[in-house]
Design a protein around this ligand. Structure first.
Ligand SMILES: [Mn+2]
Length: 266
């Protein structure tokens, strides 16, 4: 089995307010791997943490690509790769000046033949647009999500309006000796668009507006990626904005004249 043709586009923008960009993104289209990370820490430590996570996870998949027909192995590799990144960040935070206490979120995806394995830690998210509907596939590891899950508020919007802090993570990569990533497998359908992003996008652009931009996608994904960054900046751009888009395209058909001239030789 082979992988479907996948189209990628990715962007990372400092936004309007922050002095530096502490987000990282690595996409390796030929390997079908995407990693997005949002670093936390003083001085330049956030950059170090997010860059380490994106690099370690993507390199692990590039080094030992799991078979395209074995999603379970890809899922185990995702857990192992995120823990390898966790260990690397813990080591750096002990041994490099200015890096104590740093950590990062991570959301990653690995595309197989007709499936996607994804994993995350923290509040960076994965969404899927299918049949013009936008679904959030990940559930944030954050205090505000926890409060909603416990039933104190019916929705994140209402918890936010009440003044619950949105920036407190309940899990991060690099903040403890071992981290448990949430992982899952989902099927792929032709036309699906997957959006991996940091909270600088999901916190600045409403769900319905994300849906509208993705559903209106015509032509290349680069235009859509630019439109999403622009939208977050127009809405204030108060955080770094990072996203990766992946579209599952149909296998292109043989041109009619070519198939006609092929005659009986099919
Ligand atoms: Mn952020």
């Amino acid at each position: 089995m082979t992988k479907p043709p996948l189209e990628f586009a990715w962007r990372s923008d400092r936004g309007r307010v922050r002095a530096r960009n502490e987000d990282s993104v690595v996409c390796v289209p030929e390997s079908g791997i995407v990693v997005v990370a949002d670093g936390i820490g003083g001085a330049s430590a956030g950059d170090v943490a997010s860059d380490t996570a994106a690099r370690v996870v993507s390199e692990r998949f590039a080094r030992q690509p799991p078979p395209v027909d074995e999603p379970r192995r890809a899922q185990l590799l995702a857990e192992a790769a995120i823990n390898e990144a966790n260990g690397a960040i813990v080591d750096l935070s002990r041994n490099r000046a200015g890096c104590a206490g740093m950590g990062t979120t991570v959301v990653m995806g690995y595309f197989g033949c007709d499936w996607l394995v994804y994993a995350h830690v923290g509040d960076s998210r994965l969404y899927r647009l299918r049949d013009r509907e936008l679904a959030q596939l990940t559930r944030d590891h954050s205090f505000i999500q926890e409060v909603v899950d416990q039933g104190f508020f019916p929705s994140l919007e209402e918890a936010r309006e009440y003044g619950i802090n949105e920036n407190v993570l309940t899990r991060a990569v690099g903040s403890a000796p071992y981290v448990v990533a949430a992982t899952a497998v989902t099927d792929l359908a032709i036309g699906d668009i997957y959006l991996f992003c940091t909270d600088g996008l999901s916190g600045m652009v409403a769900h319905e507006d994300l849906r509208a931009v993705l559903a209106a996608a015509k032509g290349g994904l680069g235009i859509v990626a630019d439109a999403l960054v622009h939208y977050a900046i127009e809405n204030g751009g108060s955080d770094n904005i990072t996203l990766a888009l992946v579209r599952v395209n149909a296998v292109s058909h043989i041109a009619p004249e070519a198939s006609a001239s092929a005659g009986a030789d099919d």
